[in-house]
Design a protein around this ligand. Structure first.
Ligand SMILES: [Ca+2]
Length: 237
């Protein structure tokens, strides 16, 4: 059963949330505009006139265990990326580097103590303008009768392409995309122009380095409109 591991993770996530107010050195992304507001208007279709041009599906290029050359994305772009996590798990006793080669404090992994024991897959993006980044991850939810728990967390990257801050929900300060059930994960959050970001996809439960777990990600950028929340994000099946 995952309860013990989950309890560790939930504790650390809530500890992280509490840390926002008490630990000035935790590298959270600052000045986060709210994306939790309600719809634009009761009778408006917020997506009317807005189209997303979807790319062909691209496969992750192994090794994909670090943020790599960023893919440009601008308002109206949609990217589809597929990959496979080769192994899932979490070792609470593992030590991790806390400083990037550029000297910045690292924000990876998104909880502590420990780190992933399996694969970590990265999607690296360079928003060429300010916009709302919409993310949906579809993945297997029936791996050997387990429902894996995964992270699909968004990080700001430094000049060394290392994750140095984690984007958090404005309301509760929890990292977006953290501790999700396998299946469908969705989030949307405002990103700034020319600040590279990376999504680190990894599974922390069950502990099985031999599991192959496939995923498909839809990423798109739509205008960041005050009060629109994620209503401008494209509807996907
Ligand atoms: Ca992989």
């Amino acid at each position: 059963m995952p309860s013990k591991r989950h309890s560790i993770r939930f504790f650390t996530i809530f500890g992280l949330a509490a840390c926002v107010f008490g630990c000035a050195d935790w590298p959270l992304y600052q000045n986060m505009p709210s994306t939790n507001a309600k719809t634009i208007g009761p009778n408006e279709d917020p997506r009317s006139g807005l189209t997303v041009d979807w790319s062909d599906t691209s496969e992750e290029q192994e090794p994909n265990d670090l943020p790599a050359e960023a893919m440009d994305i601008q308002v109206g772009d949609g990217l589809i990326v597929e990959g496979t996590l080769s192994g899932l798990g979490w070792n609470p006793d593992a030590s991790v580097p806390r400083v990037s080669p550029c000297g910045d404090a690292l924000a990876f992994p998104p909880s502590a103590p420990g780190t992933y024991t399996g694969d970590v897959d990265w999607i690296t993006l360079n928003p060429t303008e300010l916009g709302l980044l919409c993310f949906q991850l579809d993945a297997q939810d029936d791996v050997l009768d387990h429902e894996p728990r995964i992270d699909a967390v968004l990080y700001e990257l430094d000049d060394c392409l290392e994750p140095v801050s984690v984007f958090v929900h404005p309301a509760d300060q929890q990292p977006i995309g953290a501790d999700q059930p396998a299946g469908k994960t969705r989030w949307a959050i405002t990103v700034q122009a020319n600040t590279p970001v990376g999504i680190g996809i990894a599974g922390f439960w069950p502990d099985d380095v031999n599991l192959d777990w496939t995923w498909s990600a839809h990423l798109s950028m739509v205008p960041a409109v005050d009060g629109a929340g994620d209503t401008l994000c494209p509807e996907l099946k």
